[in-house]
Design a protein around this ligand. Structure first.
Ligand SMILES: [Zn+2]
Length: 251
């Protein structure tokens, strides 16, 4: 699926929520042959304290964007039932989506440079960063996958109980990582988590922006895509439940 088709399908689905939710163009992302719109689905009026979901930094990690497209009615409907504001950026890197690659047009990092100024990225990060801060989410989720790993895991910041619950959610579907990660053996997962990894990523950035918890979730691309999408959806549901439970709303 090309990004243009994805964006069109997402817009068609999101239109059903007109009045409550609005699909907006945050700005233009560099792509080939021309710039592509960066999309955000959020309440028509900015609401704080909900769940923010970002996906599609790395084009070769399709489960997140495809889960958001396939299950947007479930996710938005359930967030509404639970009275949890939601803000979704379905594809942060349209170029990567089209090329099945993890880099920007210039071959640079896409999910770094949000904070700590460690890596060069590009104008898309500046656009996203400014936009994300406006929503002040309580919990942040960045949907990733790992093509070097046969196990699921999290990069986690903030509240350990919610992090442990998300690992348990992953474990219901897949083995979770324990010990050195295949892509970078210096990164060691303990009970399915790499905690407080300050790599300049979006989840690192949002952990400094006042969230209660901030995560990147990782599923192994060697597993069946339907299973990986189910994991991403179950994680999103678990976050919605957690935010609602703390407010005493919803069931
Ligand atoms: Zn940091």
């Amino acid at each position: 699926m090309r990004y243009a088709a994805y964006a069109q399908a997402f817009a068609r689905t999101a239109r059903r929520w007109n009045g409550k939710y609005l699909l907006s163009v945050v700005g233009k992302a560099r792509s080939v042959p021309r710039a592509a719109p960066l999309l955000r689905l959020a309440p028509a009026r900015v609401r704080h304290g909900g769940l923010m979901i970002l996906a599609g930094f790395h084009g070769e990690e399709p489960a997140g964007p495809l889960c958001l497209l396939r299950y947007v009615h479930h996710i938005v409907g359930r967030a509404g039932d639970l009275k949890v504001p939601l803000c979704i950026y379905p594809v942060a890197n349209p170029f990567g989506f089209d090329q099945n690659r993890r880099c920007t047009v210039e071959g640079k990092f896409t999910n770094a440079g949000f904070v700590h100024d460690e890596d060069v990225t590009g104008p898309e990060v500046a656009l996203l960063r400014a936009d994300m801060l406006r929503y002040r989410p309580e919990v942040f989720l960045d949907l990733h996958e790992d093509d070097h790993e046969s196990r699921a895991y999290l990069y986690s910041f903030g509240e350990p109980q919610l992090a442990a619950r998300l690992v348990a959610t992953q474990r219901a579907f897949l083995e979770v990582a324990e010990g050195a990660l295949s892509h970078t053996p210096a990164q060691v997962a303990t009970a399915g988590q790499v905690r407080d990894h300050h790599d300049g990523s979006a989840e690192d950035f949002m952990s400094h922006a006042g969230t209660r918890a901030s995560f990147a979730i990782e599923t192994p691309t060697c597993e069946d895509l339907r299973v990986r999408m189910a994991v991403h959806l179950a994680i999103i549901d678990a976050c919605l439940d957690d935010i609602a439970a703390r407010r005493g709303g919803g069931k």
